[in-house]
Ligand binder design. Sequence first.
Ligand code: PMP
Length: 394
Amino acid sequence: MVQYANRMKLLKGSEIRELLALTSKPDIISFAGGMPAPELFPCEGVKQACIKVMDEVGQVALQYTSTEGLPSLREKIVARMKAKNNIDTDIDHVLITSGSQQGLDFSARIFLNPGDVVLLESPSYLGAVNAFKACEPTFIEVPTDDDGMITEELEKILATTENVKMIYVIPDFQNPTGKTWSLERRHKFMDIINKYEIPVIEDNPYGELRFEGENMPSLKSLDTKELVVFLGTCSKILAPGLRIGWICASKENLVKYNFIKQGADLQSSTIDQLIADRFLDMYDLDEHVEKIKDVYRKRRDVMLKTMEETFPKEVKFTHPEGGLFTWCVLPDYMDAKVLATQCLEKKVAYVPGGSFFPNGGKENHFRLNYSCMPEDKIKEGITRIAEVLKANLK
Ligand code: PMP
């Protein structure tokens, strides 16, 4: 019989991926995915960028390139991080990755031995939890409230726990809750981190999708000891199919990420990097992001308004100021998985929240995505979910 490594016992197919397979049928109103709206992709612009790349530098595009990625793209990323995240850096602190997902995988490989402790928000991004699991850590979930990670709880855990090797956070429009950390929390968090000197992985795929309110400084911009590793991505502002993400970290950390990347895939696709680079030369990405935000803002508004009008008052939900998700908290006695089956019978889908808690036991939550459905379907789908919720009230 084939013997697999111990880590494979910890890995199972993501519930979301399995559910997505069920919900991709055209007659289902799905709030289950986390994908950007495909009708907003700049197809013509990317096509023109492709033509330019192949006309002008075809041989370069089809050749290997350096592990850290194209300097001209890294320059643009540096400028963008300065403008959007208040991060002052240079290209020697930036490594291009195959989406930020690769940054998550690499972070675990760099910082975690089996049995080491990872701290993360409760709940947190399932894709990160699954990536980290391959390194066999123990997860400790840090409680959160509307302002983000509760720093008093974080400090209590750090004061009493050995072997904490990494802290993973999504301070802007978190997946799955849509919550954003307050400024005060960010400062308090950094004070604690500076005291304990533990590496922080700041995952920021949604920060640019702010519909209202003030931009918050990234943790990286408040980092005076080079403890924060910042993960960025083009997935939600341009197109996930390009698989362009990046890591911004200290030079010492970046050398380690570079070694791991050499072993994983040598480099991110040269042609994809060139297409992204030329696209950014030819078009105004800010203008494109504004278009995306206009559509998502309207979809969020319709979703929240319909939820306010139709959901029973026992069901609580977040009011995200940006990003792609809202998060629902059901009464304790309800199980979002059971309700998901009833919703699927009514041809509407969401993701049950249990698997966003790495240590389990919290089945009375679910995540709704509003970026991918037109407004009329959002209204209809939420009304159907509300019927299921009402029918399950005690
Ligand atoms: N982090 C978070 C919080 C995400 O939601 C996602 C995508 N859903 C990723 C990372 C991975 O994104 P990508 O690899 O496409 O950059």
